[in-house]
Design a protein around this ligand. Structure first.
Ligand code: G1P
Ligand code: ZN
Length: 543
């Protein structure tokens, strides 16, 4: 048997974060580094033996090599069948769907999401379990602990599999299925949305511009928007996935999707401009001269989702991550739908989704999704908007303005302070944590602090408790400041400051976000002392 047992040592000195294991590409390129982690998964998850495993990635540099390693190790570890996206491609939501569709025991998606790729960039792996959701914190901790004592890994040494050719081949006792990466996912989308309505909308001359940012969604967008929905060819741009994402930063926000923002701000802007990230789970939504913040997008989708066939019968529940604006809370309150506030990270939604208590959920970090898979889903969000536009016959600005008139508008911004030293990060976080109790009742330029705490989540499904999920300062319905430590940064400490301000006065609904939030930003500095303690006068990024 050409299965070899190869000696390894503990490589992993730091726990994987919010979205799997993400490190510099060079770290992943060390001999045995990836192997060590994969073997730890196989050892901790015996359910993978004799079962089906889904493998794909976002196409970034090192993807193909990692996939070949994963296939060879799956074979050596007794996996019965491996399903691989042709060319090594599978978007994160498409992989989640495949795991569910094929009853797989798990999946590996090689991605560092929206982080830049290449030898100098980042690489990563998301590990999902049966059902298509990412591994729980406890399981991730177990894998990490196991990797610290692992002495050897198993790999099959045999012929190299051609992952560019569709079909089924055998490697040892394992069946390797190389499949079209788009087909099943596109069929799922067609089963959820009113494709006839959207097709007719395009026929009437309405326009979409979708920017795949040279990442994984290119082939998905082409098949769905162009082939299945008949959108004009120029509706999808940057559609060819490149190993370095064209040198770009495939993070769909106002900073990194510049070209798309320019198109949306132009006089002849398309009806909808949208983008997705490296692995296809995030989304950016823009109307003509209009940015829909993710928190607003979530709230507006919640208010209009009954126009989409799959959600016609109503929503089981709504949820948002804690730092996401409270816009969706108002929709939940008015419609009487069950509502949850969860910690950052998609896995917290998954328990609620599995328990049938949630239909639509989202995060301020450009993530929106529903119960159709167990990941956030960029193209799903774009299709949801298209369906609502096509069925309502209204424009983006009509929909947005009507929403704000009715519910009020939550102006929102996130200020990221990246690559801080551990000491500076601790100083800010610990400093604020200590002063929190004393803030209650204090008044800051007319805004009174109603509550201030370190967010702790009690999972209503399994009773687990997640502590220290971010510091919140609540000024009633009117405003909120949140500060938390990122779990996905790959160098130093990243702190995220979230600012939210509710506006209900009709003539104040269409103002500039930065201007509206400036007073709250000043209050945040008085409370958190970020600039003072870290010497950073301005954030690294504002989204
Ligand atoms: C970030 C986002 C979070 C998202 C995660 C994975 O995590 O803030 O909403 O779930 O990426 O895409 P963070 O770095 O803040 O821990
Ligand atoms: Zn992503």
């Amino acid at each position: 048997m050409p299965i070899r047992e190869i000696a390894t040592r503990p490589y992993h000195d730091q726990e994987p974060g919010t979205a799997g294991l993400r490190r510099k590409t060079a770290v992943f390129q060390q001999p045995h580094y990836l192997e060590n982690f994969l073997q730890s998964i196989f050892n901790v998850e015996p359910a993978l033996r004799d079962a089906t495993l889904v493998i794909g990635g976002d196409g970034r540099y090192h993807n193909r090599k990692a996939i070949r390693t994963a296939i060879a190790m799956a074979t050596a570890n007794g996996v019965a069948r491996v399903i691989v996206g042709q060319g090594g491609f599978l978007s994160t939501p498409a992989a989640s769907h495949l795991i569910r569709l094929r009853n797989a025991a798990g999946g590996f998606v090689f991605t560092a999401s929206h982080n830049p790729a290449g030898a100098e960039g980042d690489f990563g792996i998301k590990y999902s379990r049966a059902g298509g959701g990412q591994a729980s914190t406890e399981l991730t901790e177990q894998i990490f602990a196991h990797s610290r004592k692992l002495a050897s890994y198993r790999i099959f040494e045999g012929p190299e599999i051609d992952i560019d050719r569709r079909g089924t081949v055998r490697l040892g006792a394992t069946e390797i299925d190389i499949i079209d990466c788009v087909e099943d996912y596109a069929a799922l989308m067609q089963s959820l949305f009113d494709f006839d309505r959207i097709r007719a909308w395009f026929k009437h001359g309405h326009r979409l511009r979708f920017d795949a940012m040279h990442a994984v969604t290119g082939p998905y967008a082409k098949q769905i928007f162009l082939d299945r929905l008949g959108a004009p060819a120029d509706s999808v741009v940057n559609a060819i996935p490149l190993e370095d994402f064209g040198g770009g930063h495939p993070d769909p926000n106002l900073t990194y999707a510049k070209e798309l923002v320019r198109a949306a701000m132009a006089k002849d802007a398309p009806d909808l401009c949208a983008a997705s990230d490296g692995d296809g789970d995030r989304n950016l939504i823009l109307g003509p001269r209009l940015f829909i913040s993710p928190g607003d997008s979530l709230a507006m989708l919640a208010a209009n989702l009954k126009l989409v066939p799959a959600y016609r019968d109503g929503l089981k529940g709504l949820a948002r991550s804690m730092p996401t604006t409270r816009a969706v809370d108002r929709v939940a309150r008015e419609s009487g739908v069950e509502f949850h506030e969860t910690p950052t990270g998609w896995k917290f939604f998954c328990n609620l989704l599995d328990a049938g208590r949630l239909t639509l959920c989202g995060e301020e970090s450009f993530g929106t999704g529903s119960d159709h898979v167990r990941e956030k889903d960029g193209l799903w969000a774009v299709l949801a908007w298209l369906n609502i536009l096509a069925t309502s016959g209204r424009s983006m600005s009509e929909l947005a303005e009507a929403h704000w008139q009715h519910y009020g508008r939550h102006y929102f911004a996130r200020h990221d302070y990246e690559a801080l030293t551990q000491a500076d990060g601790d100083k800010v976080m610990n400093g604020l944590a200590e002063t929190l109790p004393g803030l209650i009742g204090q008044d800051f330029d007319g805004l009174a602090v109603h509550a201030a705490d370190d967010f702790e989540y009690h999972d209503p499904v399994d009773g687990s408790v997640a502590m220290h999920q971010g510091l919140r300062i609540d000024f009633g319905d009117e405003a909120r400041i949140v500060l938390r430590r990122s779990g996905t940064g790959t160098s130093g400490v990243t702190l995220r400051l979230y600012l939210e301000r509710l506006e209900t006065r009709p003539d104040e609904l269409l103002r500039d976000t930065t201007t509206k939030l400036a007073p709250l930003a000043a209050i945040a500095e008085r409370i958190t002392h970020i600039a003072e303690y870290t010497g950073r006068k301005t954030p690294s990024t504002i989204t």
